[in-house]
Design a protein around this ligand. Structure first.
Ligand code: GDP
Ligand code: MG
Length: 597
C-alpha cells in the first residue's frame, strides 16, 4: 500500500467515554463488520473485558475509507482507559500519527482525558478533539467544547460532535481523520524496521506480534530478528486485522500496521517496544522503544488447597505468556503455605490477574492485601528491597523509602475541601490547582502510592458523589517513618497479616484491624485472642469467644433434605477458608485492611 493513503490513528479517552462504542460504529460504517455480525464493543474480545465492560488490551484494526475517488487505509487502535493500563496506551500512540481525543459530552474532561492528552502531545501527534454521546439529553456540547478548546488551544468550533451510539457525525469524523492526520513517512528502500506495540499469546498459534512498519518491508517466510534479544525467527504468517486476521501475501510496507506469527510460544521473546528487522539485511539502529512497565503493587497468591500449588505455578507461567507485565516468584508463608508473591501494575491489574487465574485455570485462591515495594537501608549500609511486609527487617534499620506518585484529581469545585481533607489524610502534598472552567478544578498532589492502594479511589468517589476522577503516575520515592504492624492469632504472628504503616497511623491501624478481624473470623470451638503489635509491643487486642458450632441443631428432627442442604452450604462456606494454625480464617480477613470506613 502506498503510504500516502495510509492514516494511523488511535482513540484516547477517559474510561467509559465511549471509545469502544465509537470503534464499533467505525467498523460498521466502513463495512468491515456487517450489521448481522455486529455486537457491542466488538473489539473487546476477552470474556472478562465483555463482562466488566472495560478494554484491557489495545486492538488494531484496518478500515477501508473512501474520500472522493481515493481509497484510504485507516488503521485504528482502540486503547484501554484505566490508569493501570497507561503503558498500553503509550505504546499504541507510538504506532500512530494522530489521536482522536474523545470526551463524553455529558461529563466533560476527566483525569484520564488529561493524562492521555499529555501522552499524545508529548508524542507530537495530531490531536482531533471530539465530543461523544451528543444524543444524550444531558449532553452539554457547547459548554464542554469550550472546556476542550481552552485545554488544547483550538476554537470551540473545531471540536467535532458525534454519537458513537447512533453513528451521527462518525462519517465526518473519518473524513476529518483523512484530511488532518499526516500520512506515515518512512524509507521504503531502507532495511526493515517495525515497532512491536503489542504481543499476545494464542493457545493454537503461539505468540501473535502486532507491529507497525516504519521503514522497509517485512514479508512472509522471511527470517526476522528481534533487535533487543537478537533472537531470529521465521515469519510463518503475516497479515492485517480487519477485524479478523487476513493474510497479506505481499507482506507489510512503510506505515502499515499488522501482525506476524513465528511459532514462538513465549511473549517475552517478542517484547513490546522492541524493533523487528530482517536477518538478511538488518537495520543498524533500533527504533526508540518504551520502558518496560514496572510492577507497582505486590500481593501474595496462595491456593486454598495446598495440593493445587503446581497448578497455580503452571497457570501463572501460562498467563505470563499473555501478560508480560505480570511478575511472580515463589514464596512460603507460615500461615498460608506455598504460594507466589506477584507484582502488578496496579489494583485493577491485580484483580484481573486473579480473576483470570480462577476462571481460566479453575483455581481457588487466597490473596493477601496488596502492598508497595519498600527500599530499606540498614545501619551497616546494606540495602534490602521488601516486596512482602512480613519480610520487613527489624532491628538496625537506618532509612526506609517508599514509592510516591503524582496524582491528579478532577472535581466540581464544590468538592475542593473534601478532596483536600482526604489527600492530607493520606500524607499528600499539594502541588497545585487549576480551574478547567468556572466550576471544575484540577487538583494535583504528590502522595505515597501505599496510601492510594488502600481504598483511596472508593473514598474519593464517595466523598464527591462519584464526580471525582483520578489519575496518577510514578514520581520517585521518599524517605518515611514506617513501621511493621503484626497481627497475632492465639499469640502467634500471622505473616500474611503483616502490614507496613506510617508510624503516626500504626496505632489506629492496629485497633481497626483487630476489630475487623474479630468480626470477620467466625467463632470457633475455642477462644481466639487477636492482637496487633509493633515489634514486641502489643497495641490492640480483641477476643473471639468460643462457640459450639452445630448447624444441625437448628433443624428439629425430620427434614433430611433440609439437613443435607445445610451441610452442603456449610461445605461451600468452607471453600474460602484457610486453616491458620488451629483457626479457620476466611479469605476476606486477608484483605480486610483494604477497606476503611
Ligand atoms: P470506553 O470505556 O471508552 O471503551 O467506553 P464504551 O464504548 O465501553 O462505552 C461506555 C458506555 O457508554 C457504554 O454503556 C456505552 O453504551 C455508552 N455509550 C458510548 N457511546 C455512546 C453514545 O454516543 N451515546 C450514548 N447515549 N451512550 C454511549
Ligand atoms: Mg473500551
Amino acid at each position: 500500500t502506498d503510504p500516502a493513503v495510509i492514516r494511523n490513528f488511535c482513540i484516547i479517552a477517559h474510561i467509559d467515554h465511549g471509545k469502544s462504542t465509537l470503534a464499533d460504529r467505525m467498523l460498521q460504517i466502513t463495512g468491515v463488520v456487517d450489521d448481522r455480525s455486529m455486537r457491542a464493543q466488538y473489539l473487546d474480545r476477552m470474556d472478562i473485558e465483555r463482562e466488566r465492560g472495560i478494554t484491557i488490551k489495545s486492538q488494531a484494526v484496518r478500515l477501508p475509507w473512501k474520500v472522493g475517488d481515493t481509497e484510504y487505509v485507516l488503521n485504528m487502535i482502540d486503547t484501554p482507559g484505566h490508569v493501570d493500563f497507561t503503558y498500553e496506551v503509550s505504546r499504541s500512540l507510538q504506532a500512530c500519527e494522530g489521536a482522536i481525543l474523545l470526551v463524553d459530552a455529558a461529563q466533560g474532561i476527566e483525569a484520564q482525558t488529561l493524562a492521555n492528552l499529555y501522552l499524545a502531545m508529548n508524542a507530537d501527534m495530531t490531536i482531533i478533539p471530539v465530543l461523544n454521546k451528543i444524543d444524550l439529553p444531558a449532553a452539554q456540547p457547547e459548554k464542554y467544547a469550550a472546556e476542550i478548546a481552552h485545554l488544547i488551544g483550538c476554537e470551540p468550533e473545531d471540536v467535532l460532535k458525534v454519537s458513537g451510539k447512533t453513528g451521527v457525525g462518525v462519517r465526518e469524523l473519518l473524513d476529518h481523520v483523512v484530511a488532518s492526520v499526516p500520512a506515515p513517512v518512512g524509507d521504503a528502500e531502507a532495511p526493515a524496521r517495525a515497532l512491536i506495540f503489542d504481543s499476545v499469546y494464542d493457545t493454537y498459534r503461539g505468540v501473535i506480534t502486532y507491529v507497525r512498519v516504519v521503514d522497509g518491508h517485512l514479508g512472509r517466510r522471511e527470517r526476522i530478528l528481534m533487535m533487543s534479544t537478537t533472537a531470529a525467527h521465521e515469519t510463518l504468517e503475516i497479515g492485517v486485522i480487519s477485524p479478523e486476521p487476513k493474510i497479506a501475501d505481499r507482506g507489510l510496507g512503510v506505515g502499515e500496521v499488522g501482525y506476524l506469527i513465528t511459532g514462538v510460544k513465549d511473549v517475552r521473546q517478542s517484547r513490546v517496544g522492541d524493533t523487528v528487522t530482517s536477518v538478511a539485511r538488518p537495520a543498524a539502529e533500533a527504533l526508540g522503544g518504551y520502558e518496560h512497565p514496572k510492577p507497582m503493587v505486590f500481593s501474595g497468591l496462595y491456593p486454598i488447597d495446598g495440593d493445587d500449588y503446581p497448578e497455580l505455578r503452571e497457570a501463572l507461567d501460562k498467563l505470563q505468556l499473555n501478560d508480560a507485565a505480570l511478575v511472580y516468584e515463589p514464596e512460603t508463608s507460615a500461615a498460608l503455605g506455598f504460594g507466589f508473591r506477584c507484582g502488578f501494575l496496579g489494583l485493577l491489574h491485580m484483580e484481573i490477574v486473579r480473576e483470570r487465574l480462577e476462571r481460566e485455570f479453575n483455581l481457588s485462591l487466597i490473596s493477601t492485601a496488596p502492598n508497595v515495594v519498600y527500599r530499606v537501608i540498614m545501619e551497616d549500609g546494606k540495602e534490602v528491597t521488601v516486596t512482602n511486609p512480613s519480610e520487613f527487617p527489624t532491628g538496625k534499620v537506618d532509612k526506609v523509602f517508599e514509592p510516591v506518585v503524582k496524582s491528579t484529581v478532577l472535581v466540581p469545585s464544590e468538592f475542593i475541601g473534601a478532596i483536600m481533607e482526604l489527600c492530607q489524610n493520606r500524607r499528600g502534598n499539594l502541588q497545585g490547582m487549576d480551574y478547567l472552567s468556572e466550576d471544575r478544578v484540577e487538583i494535583r498532589y504528590t502522595m505515597p502510592l501505599g496510601e492510594i492502594i488502600f481504598d483511596f479511589f472508593d473514598q474519593l468517589k464517595s466523598r464527591t458523589r462519584g464526580y471525582a476522577s483520578l489519575d496518577y503516575e510514578p514520581f520517585g520515592e521518599q524517605e518515611s517513618e514506617l513501621v511493621k504492624v503484626d497481627i497475632l492469632l492465639q499469640g502467634e504472628a500471622v505473616d500474611a497479616f503483616s502490614a507496613i504503616v506510617h508510624k503516626d497511623k500504626a496505632y489506629a491501624y492496629g485497633v481497626e484491624m483487630a476489630k475487623k478481624l474479630r468480626e470477620l473470623i467466625p467463632r470457633q470451638q475455642f477462644e481466639v485472642p487477636i492482637q496487633a503489635a509493633i515489634g514486641a509491643r502489643v497495641i490492640a487486642r480483641e477476643n473471639i469467644r468460643a462457640i459450639r458450632k452445630d448447624v444441625l441443631a437448628k433443624c428439629y428432627g425430620g427434614d433430611i433434605s433440609r439437613k443435607r442442604k445445610l451441610l452442603e452450604k456449610q461445605k461451600e462456606g468452607k471453600k474460602r477458608m484457610k486453616m491458620v494454625g488451629r483457626v479457620e480464617v476466611p479469605q476476606e480477613a486477608f484483605v480486610a485492611a483494604l477497606s476503611t470506613e
